[in-house]
Write a protein that binds this ligand. Sequence first.
Ligand SMILES: NC(=O)C1=CN([C@@H]2O[C@H](COP(=O)(O)OP(=O)(O)OC[C@H]3O[C@@H](n4cnc5c(N)ncnc54)[C@H](O)[C@@H]3O)[C@@H](O)[C@H]2O)C=CC1
Ligand SMILES: O=C(O)C1=N[C@H](C(=O)O)C[C@H](O)C1
Length: 272
Amino acid sequence: MSEEIGVVVTGVSGRMGQMLVNEIAKHPRMHLAGAVERAGHDWVGKDVGTAMGGAAMGVIVADDPLECFARAQAVIDFTAPAATVAFAELAAQARAVHVIGTTGLSEDDLTKIKAAARHAVVVRAGNMSLGVNLLTVLTRKVAAALDEDYDIEVIEYHHNQKVDAPSGTALMLGEAAAEGRGVDLRDVSDSGRDGITGARKRGDIGFSAIRGGDIVGEHDVLFAAAGERITLRHVASDRALFARGALKAALWGQDKAPGEYDMLDVLGLSDD
Ligand SMILES: NC(=O)C1=CN([C@@H]2O[C@H](COP(=O)(O)OP(=O)(O)OC[C@H]3O[C@@H](n4cnc5c(N)ncnc54)[C@H](O)[C@@H]3O)[C@@H](O)[C@H]2O)C=CC1
Ligand SMILES: O=C(O)C1=N[C@H](C(=O)O)C[C@H](O)C1
């Protein structure tokens, strides 16, 4: 597909929302078709460009998502779980590709998103960067090559405003490690250790969350055995990385059949 597409950004005043507006403005095959914030937010009714402190863009921030989605080919959504579930249904009604970056989604939220994906394309990933998606492939391979003598720990580092833990990326990496080992992450996940926890259980996959300052997002997968340790590490130093991945997903989804996809599909890494 070569023609230009219109994109709506939800949660437009947020850290990722503003990054997305800037990346769309630079993109040769996209334009900003709408900008959505929650009802009552002080950006609603203002031009998105001036609200961001720059020149007017001719797009007024709205709190009515369906009206915006109806005139777009894609919705890029980095907001919060309840909002994302509602947007999934509305994007499906509008037959717009819904790119979901929101993390902290519950099993129930995921079931609702899956239902919406029966009618439209959904691309969802806890991390939209090439590097992290490649790291999931490597994590699966290393976990498959090592036995349970190697304790697997996922350590994530984020800024002090992040509201969910473990991060979406940490869960992707944990899932990849569990898949490599041939186990279900739900049976072996160990997060939030505190107090007299007892010794580490063999075969568990542990999660630790660090929160501080302005850390964009860093992830380590540690394989620790007697006498040696292997660490796989990804460092994101610029949120534009995630925004550019989301734009790629929005374009990729344009000619796909309805269904739920992830960034491994978009990046052509799903068979590795
Ligand atoms: N998948 C990925 O690559 C990445 C995912 N994220 C995730 O994206 C989400 C947002 O992250 P940030 O931008 O840092 O958060 P943020 O708090 O800066 O922005 C979220 C925005 O969503 C808005 N929002 C909430 N409910 C809404 C509603 N009902 N309607 C419209 N807007 C609504 C908020 O007002 C806020 O402006 C988080 O879940 C985060 O973990 C963040 C970076 C990368
Ligand atoms: O909230 C963030 O900031 C980030 N969230 C994603 C996650 O939960 O993994 C991706 C990235 O690490 C930044």
